[in-house]
Design a protein. Structure first.
Length: 96
């Protein structure tokens, strides 16, 4: 039992945070290197998110163009518009 307590204590001492303050300011080259790494990371993330949003934009634009084409070619084939076939003029439906 003592060995187990000793092993647990040593393990917790190894994983614990330091009890003294070892903060020291960074040197200028280290700061420059850190800022450059942040800028590089930002540039990469910016490119990724621009790609994601532009793909959503082009997908939406493609769907919109496809929907507009389908609506103009055959306005009464769209499921819910067929219910109003007798009441609404097809030209009005295409413009809408």
């Amino acid at each position: 039992m003592r060995r187990l307590k000793k092993a647990i204590r040593q393990l917790s001492e190894e994983e614990s945070l330091p009890s003294f303050d070892d903060f020291q300011p960074l040197e200028t080259p280290e700061q420059v290197k850190m800022v450059e790494s942040f800028e590089k990371s930002h540039t990469l993330q910016n490119a990724v998110w621009r790609g994601i949003f532009s793909s959503f934009l082009f997908s939406f634009a493609g769907f919109f163009i496809y929907s507009a084409h389908r609506q103009s070619v055959s306005p009464w084939d769209v499921r819910y518009h067929a219910y109003f076939m007798e009441e609404v003029d097809s030209g009005t439906l295409i413009v809408a």
